[in-house]
Design a protein around this ligand. Structure first.
Ligand SMILES: [Cu+2]
Length: 251
């Protein structure tokens, strides 16, 4: 009897332990504290028009990088699925939260330099949330964010080392470059609230746990500009949105 109770207790402990670890994984989200609301805004970003020709990256300036990509590499500026879903669009609440404040989650976001490319291409995180920048290459990189609303800095990063950074203020988005490898370009989107997402390969996004209210939702793409929509959401409601980005080729 006692043995069985102990087994049940142990099993419950294991379940609690696993469940307790869950929020530490994955991307920052509104799940980091008590959910501020129950509404959901989700949808898709689409690309319309003629596809820009893929830009081939020339890594010959650093043979240690070039040899990691024997088949060559194309730029991640505009990534659209065969169905037209647009990847790497930052979708977020740009207005409507009033003077609500949100503490940044304690867990860091990681950005990797691997194969002399940034991964992910678009980093999104909260103001004052830690960003762990990792160099998994055998070559030295240089990290140089060029913000307009945060402090600019510039640091060399030796192979196998980490650099920790935070950005104090909201900014969508901070261009990031490596001064050693001119093709290394990326963006860091910094938010003062948890209602943001970066579209996946199919162009999909989801903003969860929104309080009921009227909001401006903005979708931003590094090359194709931005698009906004005004919406209202009720408690527990789901709003579906589509953002269409047109090709800027020929302009
Ligand atoms: Cu580099």
């Amino acid at each position: 009897m006692k043995g069985k109770a102990l087994t049940v207790l142990l099993a419950a402990t294991v379940v609690l332990f696993v469940a307790g670890r869950e929020p530490a994984r994955g991307r920052p989200s509104a799940n980091d504290g008590p959910a501020p609301g129950t509404a959901v805004v989700k949808g898709i970003a689409k690309f319309e028009g003629s596809r820009p020709a893929p830009t081939h990256i020339n890594m010959n300036a650093d043979p240690s990088c070039a040899k990691l990509h024997p088949g060559g590499l194309v730029s991640e500026d505009v990534l659209a699925s065969p169905e037209g879903g647009l990847q790497n669009v930052v979708v977020f609440v740009s207005e409507g939260l009033g003077d609500r404040t949100f503490d940044p989650p304690p867990q860091p976001v990681t950005m990797e330099q691997k194969g002399c490319v940034y991964a992910p291409h678009i980093v999104s995180l909260r103001a004052n949330q830690e960003l762990d920048i990792v160099n998994n290459d055998a070559t030295t990189h240089n990290i140089h964010p060029a913000p307009s609303n945060n402090r600019e800095w510039n640091k060399a990063q030796a192979p196998g080392t980490r650099v920790d950074a935070t950005f104090a203020r909201e900014e969508i988005a901070i261009p990031l470059k490596c001064n050693i490898h001119p093709w290394m370009r990326s963006y860091i989107a910094v938010f003062k609230h948890p209602f943001f997402a970066v579209t996946d390969k199919a162009g999909n996004f989801e903003l969860k746990n929104l309080p009921p209210g009227d909001y401006t939702i903005e979708a931003w793409h590094e090359k194709l500009g931005k698009s906004i929509q005004k919406i209202s959401v009720s408690a527990g409601g789901t709003k579906e949105l589509e953002f269409v980005f047109k090709s800027t080729a020929g302009h």
